[in-house]
Design a binder for this molecule. Structure first.
Ligand SMILES: C[S@@+](CC[C@H](N)C(=O)[O-])C[C@H]1O[C@@H](n2cnc3c(N)ncnc32)[C@H](O)[C@@H]1O
Length: 259
């Protein structure tokens, strides 16, 4: 990194601390959303959810919490993942039953929203935090989304949704918190830990296979990705172009959970 990038990097971390601290449960103003877009994604419009860029969010009735601006899966990543799933399915035999998308840690709901639309599937989602749930519900209504979002622990959603098809897709995006350090991301330390989530998905499906997608940082430590997925089959890892200021970016891993 050259010296001219240092101020932006310092500003990025200062912003993250504010969004996850004092602004955590506050709705961001247009100025704050644009600043978040510029520092996290290189330009104000780079921060986009439900297809709506930061400068237009407030005017179009979206209300984005500070924590959600940091934690959300930003456009265009869900569309990239949907494209990969469609490609995978094009090369595998048809499956019985109407497949669903299950967004277990919904947050903004942006991931499930796009996946459901692109794959033309019903989406069921859970969010445990009442403030995040309320904001997510409101925003999804605002953009005319059909996501069925419940204020619930992800395990209750799993209990309520037995397997429908071998093409069911589960989005696994728990909060990283202290699992994410400068060394990388340890998936055994997320909240809840990923190995536990995968085991609960498996159990809820009573041996019917499915597809799981998980987002990580570009560095996962302690072999925790392989450990979390055990004998599941790794299908693909997608590495979208990182947002300009970071030099690091999200990876999306697709796994088939078997019997
Ligand atoms: C990393 S964020 C998800 C981001 C999401 N993919 C998006 O695009 O906004 C994780 C979310 O999971 C929620 N959460 C944490 N524990 C949960 C649980 N046990 N069940 C359901 N939701 C939970 C948190 O409140 C947080 O909103």
């Amino acid at each position: 990194m050259n010296a001219s990038q240092e101020p932006d990097r310092a500003a990025l971390f200062a912003l993250r601390n504010r969004l996850l601290g004092p602004l955590r449960n506050r709705f961001l103003t247009t100025d704050q959303l644009c600043e978040a877009g510029r520092l996290m994604c290189g330009r104000p419009e780079g921060l986009s959810l439900y297809g709506i860029p930061a400068p237009e969010m407030e005017a179009r009735g979206l209300r984005i919490l500070g924590r959600t601006a940091v934690e959300c899966t930003k456009d265009p990543h869900p569309a990239t993942v949907a494209g990969a799933i469609a490609e995978i399915e094009a090369t595998t035999p048809e499956a019985d039953g109407e497949a669903m998308v299950v967004d277990l840690f919904c947050g903004s709901g942006n991931f499930g929203h796009h996946l459901g639309r692109r794959l033309r599937r019903p989406v069921y989602a859970s969010e445990l935090d009442p403030i995040v749930h309320e904001a997510g519900r409101r925003n999804l209504d605002r953009v005319g989304s059909a996501v069925d979002l419940r204020l619930a622990d992800y395990r209750d959603l799993l209990d309520a949704l037995p397997a429908r098809s071998e093409r069911d897709v589960y989005i696994v995006e728990p909060s990283w918190g202290p699992a994410f350090t400068p060394d990388g991301l340890d998936l055994t330390r997320t909240s809840p830990p990923v190995p536990e989530i995968i085991e609960n998905i498996r159990r809820s499906r009573d041996c019917v296979p499915c597809l799981v997608v998980i987002e990580t940082s570009d560095r996962v430590v302690h072999g925790s990705l392989e450990f979390s997925f055990g004998n599941a089959i790794h299908l693909r890892t997608l590495v979208p172009e990182p947002f300009p200021p970071h030099r690091t970016g999200s990876h999306f891993h697709l796994y088939r959970l078997g019997e």
